[in-house]
Design a binder for this molecule. Structure first.
Ligand code: UD1
Ligand code: UDP
Length: 382
């Protein structure tokens, strides 16, 4: 009999991530697994949600809770209530959650409380900064999961320190969780969609961009958007660097950031950014377009977890607008620099990475087959 898994999606990165598992279920595990997608509705703009379902061939969600935006408690609470109802009706063999968002913790908690095994993809990552909502979500989620899949060796090390028995050979359960290092499903997706993007994306032409002659930048972390000084420093650096290097900065801006530009920046800086012919603020783009933007950029500047790694996949230096990162390998290997939201550090990091030439790209993120590995373990272990 097929095992029924419910996959929880909600925020942009997990919608994108889910495509790798859905593809593996469809192509290789169709006889063993049935997948039902549940969308929490955390992200709802077409450019943050439906565009990915369409262009990445993700099956239409059977349910969409439509919770929308809200405070952490309100948003997570609505999800918990809706998800529990669905889980009780559908009686899945497992609930699969990705990453570290409010949709992740809601899916894990609702399932674990009614004794449905939780599968956590992207387990074991830590920033060791509990002021990040994502750190709370990921630590809690790991500790209620039955199967944990880490994208990196660092993930295994972190879980070992928290008491997980990595060599566990007994049957997996919530009290006896099993941990596997499987590589990063986003590496699977980036490999898979790279050629499709090369064939289909027109984004460079649409914005008059030339290969290796612009910087791709994204900002959306609450610690950056919600603190005036941080937004000011970051955008001051955009003005400094775009003018110093005579390079266009392209910013597909998350709605959270877009909504705060005018209120968080001084009116003088806001005007400078808006008037600059080197700063292009555009709507968030689809995955095929972001890959094209990543592959052709001279450098990437970001506070996004996803973009940090994709900069490595596509061999671009990356300035990270955060004080620490869960993807520490790329910093330790010299591919990226942590610059926080500090104008001086951002400018210095950019200068250093711009000049550096001896980059290397070891295979930190697996072999592009993480999704198949995860499906096989679900079939064997649950
Ligand atoms: C969430 C995740 C974060 C992840 C990010 C990916 C949590 C706690 N945070 O942050 O880890 O990196 O998604 O993008 O789960 N908004 C819209 N339209 C949308 C979605 C959001 O306008 O479709 C605006 C709303 O003003 C909303 C704000 O963005 O209040 C923040 O959205 P929310 O989902 O709460 O958090 P993100 O910052 O997106
Ligand atoms: N992304 C996208 N379009 C954009 C910006 C980002 O498709 O305009 C993709 C990006 O390539 C990555 C994912 O969204 O795969 C990352 O999501 P986000 O930055 O929202 O969240 P994080 O990874 O920080 O949680």
């Amino acid at each position: 009999m097929k095992k029924k898994i419910i996959t929880i999606i909600g925020a942009r990165p997990q919608i994108i991530k889910s495509s790798a598992i859905s593809r593996a279920v469809k192509n290789e595990f169709n006889e063993q697994l049935e997948e039902i997608i549940v969308h929490s509705g955390q992200h709802y703009d077409a450019s943050m949600s439906s565009i990915f379902l369409e262009e990445m061939s993700i099956p239409q969600p059977k349910y969409n809770l439509g919770v929308g935006s809200g405070s952490h408690g309100a948003q997570t609470g609505k999800m918990l209530e809706g998800l529990e109802r669905i889980f009780l009706d559908e009686k899945p063999d497992a609930v699969l959650v990705y990453g570290d968002t409010n949709s992740t913790i809601a899916g894990a908690l609702a399932a674990a409380k009614i004794r449905i095994p939780v599968v956590h993809v992207e387990a074991g990552l830590r920033s060791f900064n509990k002021s990040m909502p994502e750190e709370l979500n990921r630590v809690a989620c790991d500790h209620m999961s039955t199967l944990l899949f880490t994208p990196t060796e660092t993930g295994i090390t972190n879980l070992k320190k928290e008491g997980f028995a990595i060599e566990n050979v007994n049957k997996a359960s919530a009290d006896n969780p099993k941990v596997y290092h499987c590589g990063d499903i986003m590496f699977d997706n980036s490999l898979y969609f790279s050629d499709v993007s090369a064939k289909k994306s027109e984004i460079l032409k649409a914005h008059n961009l030339t290969t290796n002659d612009y910087v791709l930048m994204t900002v959306h972390r609450d610690s950056n958007t919600d603190v005036k000084e941080n937004m000011e420093s970051i955008f001051q650096s955009v003005v400094d660097l775009s003018s110093k290097y005579n390079l266009p900065f392209v910013l597909p801006l998350h709605p959270r950031t877009k909504g705060k530009l005018e209120t968080q920046l001084s009116s003088e800086l806001y005007q400078k950014v808006m008037d600059s012919n080197k700063v292009q603020i555009i709507e968030p783009v689809g995955f095929l377009d972001i890959i094209a933007l990543e592959k052709n950029a001279r450098m990437i500047v970001t506070d996004s977890g996803g973009l940090q790694k994709e900069s490595f996949f596509f061999e671009k230096p990356c300035v990270i607008l955060r004080p620490q990162t869960e993807w520490i390998e790329i910093v330790n290997n010299g591919n990226a620099l942590l610059a926080d939201a500090d104008r001086v550090r951002i400018n210095e990091a950019f200068d250093a990475l711009y000049l550096k030439t001896d980059y290397t790209y070891p295979s930190f993120y697996g072999d592009g087959k993480a999704a198949e590995f995860i499906c096989q373990k679900i079939v064997n272990e649950l």
